[in-house]
Design a protein around this ligand. Structure first.
Ligand code: NAD
Ligand code: TYD
Length: 342
C-alpha cells in the first residue's frame, strides 16, 4: 500500500530532490509538498510535477498549526518528512530569530500534529549538531555541541523529536546529513555560489585560510538514504548520512576551477565566518548497516554539481540577478574590498 507523505520544505533544495525521487521510485506513494516559499523555496525546483495526480502543493507555514492539521486531514497524510528550515549559517549569524521560529517551533508544531494522529515522523537534520570535530568521526551517540544559531536551532528540533518518541511513543527517525550538493541549491551555499561566480569570472570569497573540512555529498545519495530510513529505520533512531570522507575547502575550490577551466587567481581569501566550525566528519556505519551506501565520492559529487550549473543557467540566473544581489553586497561587499589572493 502506498503512503501519503507530507513533505515540508519540499520546494527547497533537498526537499525538491527528494520529491522527484519518491515520485519516480514509488508508484503507489502520494506527495503533498507543504512550503512557505521563503527566499529559498522555488517552484522551479518542482517543475514538471504538476501533471502528476500523485503530487499536490500547499503554500503554508509549518508554524501554523491549523494549516498543518487542515492539510493532513484534507489529504489523508500518514507520514511527515520534515525538510522545512532556515538553513544558512551566515544568515543565522546575521538574524537568528527566524531559525528558532521555524527550526524549533515549526518542528514542535509538526510533532504535535503527528502525536495527535499517531503519524510516522521523519526529521531531516544535519551533522552540524555535533559541532566542530577536531579529529575522528561523529557517531550518532556523540554529544551534541552546536556552535552556530543554525546548528543550535536544528539541535533543538532533534531533541524535541527524541522527546516525542520517548514520552509519547511516536514512531520517529532522524537523519543527520553532511553538506549536500547538486541541482537546485540556492546560490548562497558555497558550491553553487563559487561555481556560478567562476562561470562569470567573478572572485570566489574563501573564508579564512580555506582549510576547513566538509563532507560534500551528492544530494541524490542523501535522498536515497532518507527514503530507506523512512521505510526501514527503527523507531527513535538517528542515522548519520554522508560519504564518510571530508575534504578541505581549498580542494573543493580547485576542483570547481579546474572543472570550468578557470584560473586560481579568482580565489580571494576574505574575513572568516565568526565561530566557523573547522571540521565536520561523520561515521556512516549505521546507515551502511541498513543497506545504504553513497554512490558518489565528494570529488565526483563536486564535478557533477558543477556540470549541472553549467547546463542550467535558466535556473540560477534569475535568482542571482534578483534580491540575491542585495544579500551578496551585504555579506561580501566589505569582505571582498579587504580581500587578498592566495
Ligand atoms: P533550503 O534552504 O534550500 O530549503 C528550505 C525550504 O524550507 C524552502 O523551500 C523554504 O521555503 C521552506 N521553509 C522555510 N521555512 C518554512 C516554514 N516556516 N514553513 C514551511 N516551509 C518553510 O534547505 P535545504 O538545503 O534543502 O535543507 C533542507 C533540510 O535539510 C533542512 O532541514 C536542513 O537543515 C537539512 N540539511 C541540509 C543540508 C545541506 O547541506 N543543505 C545538510 C544536512 C541537512
Ligand atoms: P556552506 O555551504 O555555507 O555550508 P556549511 O557552513 O553549512 O557547512 O559552507 C561550506 C563551507 O564553505 C564552510 O566551511 C564555509 C565555506 N564558505 C566559504 O569559504 N565562503 C563562502 O562564501 C561560503 C558561503 C562558505
Amino acid at each position: 500500500m502506498g503512503r501519503t507523505l507530507l513533505v515540508t520544505g519540499g520546494a527547497g533544495f533537498i526537499g525538491a530532490n527528494y520529491v522527484h525521487h519518491v515520485l519516480a521510485s514509488h508508484a503507489e506513494d502520494k506527495v503533498v509538498v507543504f512550503d512557505k516559499l521563503t527566499y529559498a523555496g522555488n517552484l522551479d525546483n518542482l517543475r514538471g510535477l504538476d501533471a502528476d495526480p500523485r503530487y499536490t502543493f500547499v503554500h503554508a507555514d509549518i508554524c501554523d498549526r491549523a494549516a498543518v492539521e487542515r492539510t493532513i486531514e484534507a489529504h489523508g497524510v500518514d507520514t511527515i518528512v520534515n525538510f522545512a528550515a532556515e538553513t544558512h549559517v551566515d544568515r543565522s549569524i546575521d538574524e537568528p530569530g527566524s531559525f528558532i521560529h521555524t527550526d524549533v517551533v515549526g518542528t514542535y508544531t509538526l510533532l504535535e500534529a503527528a502525536r495527535d494522529r499517531g503519524l510516522r515522523y521523519h526529521q531531516v537534520s544535519t551533522d552540524e549538531v555535533y559541532g566542530h570535530v577536531a579529529e575522528g568521526d561523529s557517531t550518532e551517540s556523540d554529544p551534541l555541541v552546536p556552535r552556530s544559531p543554525y546548528a543550535a536551532s536544528k539541535t533543538g528540533g532533534d531533541l524535541l523529536v527524541n522527546a516525542y518518541h520517548v514520552t509519547y511513543g511516536l514512531y520517529t527517525t532522524i537523519t543527520r546529513g553532511s553538506n549536500n550538493i547538486g541541482p537546485y541549491q540556492y546560490p548562497e551555499k558555497v558550491l553553487p555560489l563559487f561555481t556560478t561566480n567562476a562561470m562569470e569570472d567573478q572572485p570566489l570569497p574563501v573564508y579564512g585560510d580555506g582549510l576547513q573540512e566538509r563532507d560534500y555529498q551528492w544530494v541524490g545519495d542523501h535522498c536515497e538514504a532518507i527514503d530507506l530510513v523512512l521505510r526501514e529505520g527503527r523507531p527513535g533512531e538517528v542515522y548519520n548520512v554522508g560519504t564518510g570522507t571530508s575534504i578541505p575547502n581549498l580542494e573543493m575550490v580547485q576542483l570547481i576551477l579546474d572543472s570550468l577551466g578557470k584560473p586560481r587567481s579568482l580565489i580571494r581569501h576574505v574575513a572568516d565566518r565568526p565561530g566557523h566550525d573547522r571540521r565536520y566528519s561523520i561515521d556512516n556505519a549505521k546507515m551502511r548497516a541498513l543497506g545504504w551506501q553513497p554512490r558518489h565520492s565528494p570529488q565526483d559529487a563536486i564535478r557533477k554539481t558543477v556540470q549541472w550549473y553549467v547546463e542550467n543557467r535558466w535556473w540560477w540566473e534569475p535568482i542571482k540577478s534578483g534580491e540575491f544581489r542585495a544579500y551578496y553586497e551585504k555579506m561580501y561587499g566589505h569582505r571582498l574590498a579587504d580581500a587578498h589572493s592566495s
